[in-house]
Design a protein around this ligand. Structure first.
Ligand code: SF4
Length: 378
């Protein structure tokens, strides 16, 4: 068997061709702090050894850019960066990497008087100057507020329209070397938004991913379900499997990604598990250089073990590694934890319940979980 033909156009990311009839590429991200040069280089080597086609490095500051400059001189891996809120960093990053991801939901943070189009045009200018590809990365946790306002009842519509809007801007600027990602932590949602977007823009290459898929094996199952449904329909040109695993095991994301593609190619599909409302759902981020306390991974594992007694309850617990995405991406969970350097923030949906030490948090969470179960049973 072979994978279905894809309708996406081919784009060029450094020496790599992506989309169209090119093989589906697999990527991951260095989880270490970028300024930890030794650790980050080690991560790059681990990912390369596992067969990563592209490796993302987190950049949050000028010091990170300096670190990237040093790393760039030591590796010829195809590197990708994420602009987060500082879109202006594109100018110094474009000469150092092969692809830049920008999030349409973060463009409004700075220079509010400047239009979206002007900001994108500026990013494109940097990309063209240095032969960089772009990814428009739309995430459920940080959708452009303008689109959320237009579709207050449907994040899904807001995500799809925001991505389509940026494709139109890029097209109108004559820039074609881009792809799009539409991510969510719910695999059903990932399938739906990607299928709908693909129907609108079959020419645009897609980067697939389920955010905060969590710990193996559940994180792998969630991702597999989404990828099976999409890749088997010719949707998806590159992918990332996001797993919460210790830094040294990050190569697992690549191995799992390749195994999923191979299984689909050879017609081995798993039955689709029910991600309906009746089961405990633990989501956790894959960790990255923004993690401020490495106890995060242990905590995610401990939460999973502790919460097993609640596995028949329709409760979502989210465990996030940092203050950048933690506060927003825990809003939809019944109980959310996000990690700071010396304490963990506990939330119940959007309500903040307090800050607890890494030692105190588990019993405190259990207490909230017990109350939630009691409420549901009542
Ligand atoms: S939540 Fe924070 S630590 Fe986790 S992957 Fe996202 S940015 Fe990185």
């Amino acid at each position: 068997m072979s994978l279905p033909q894809r309708t996406s156009r081919t784009i060029q990311i450094g020496r790599l061709k992506m989309g169209g009839s090119n093989p589906i590429t697999v990527q991951s991200m260095a989880a270490t702090r970028t300024q930890d040069l030794e650790g980050t280089l080690r991560q790059i080597r681990i990912l390369e050894k596992a067969g990563a086609d592209l490796i993302r490095i987190a950049i949050d500051s000028d010091k990170d850019v300096e670190a990237l400059r040093i790393l760039r001189a030591q590796t010829d891996a195809i590197l990708v960066v994420d602009l987060q809120e500082s879109y202006r960093l594109a100018e110094v990053l474009a000469p150092l990497v092969q692809k830049i991801r920008y999030n349409p939901g973060h463009l409004h943070h700075h220079e509010k008087q400047k239009s979206k189009r002007d900001k994108v045009a500026w990013i494109v200018e940097q990309a063209v100057k240095h032969n960089c590809a772009l990814r428009v990365g739309v995430n459920c946790g940080s959708v452009d507020p303008e689109w959320l306002e237009k579709f207050p009842d449907s994040d899904e519509e807001a995500i799809i329209h925001s991505a389509a809007e940026h494709c139109e801007i890029l097209d109108s600027l004559g820039f074609k070397n881009y792809l799009v990602s539409l991510k969510d932590s719910d695999p059903k949602q990932v399938i739906d938004i990607n299928r709908r977007f693909h129907a609108m823009r079959p020419d645009v290459p897609l980067h697939l991913g389920v955010t905060e898929a969590g710990l193996p094996p559940e994180g792998i199952i969630k991702t597999r379900v989404a990828f099976e449904q999409l890749i088997s329909r010719g949707i998806g040109d590159t992918l990332r499997v996001s797993l919460t695993v210790p830094f040294d095991d990050k190569g697992e994301e690549i191995r799992v990604g390749r195994a999923i593609i191979k299984d689909i190619e050879e017609g081995r599909f798993r039955s689709v598990p029910d991600f309906g409302e009746k089961k405990l759902n633990i989501i956790s981020c894959p960790s990255c250089s923004r993690v401020e306390n490495e106890k995060f991974v242990e905590l995610a594992m401990a939460v999973k073990d502790m919460a097993q007694y609640a596995k028949e309850h329709a409760i979502t617990i989210a465990v996030m590694g940092c203050r950048v995405n933690g506060p927003g991406e825990t809003d939809d969970a019944d109980l959310g934890l996000w990690c700071a350097p010396t304490f963990v923030n506990l939330k119940k949906k959007e309500e903040e319940l307090g800050k607890y030490s890494y030692e105190e948090i588990l019993p405190r969470l259990k207490n909230e979980l017990d109350q939630l179960i009691a409420q549901k049973q009542a």
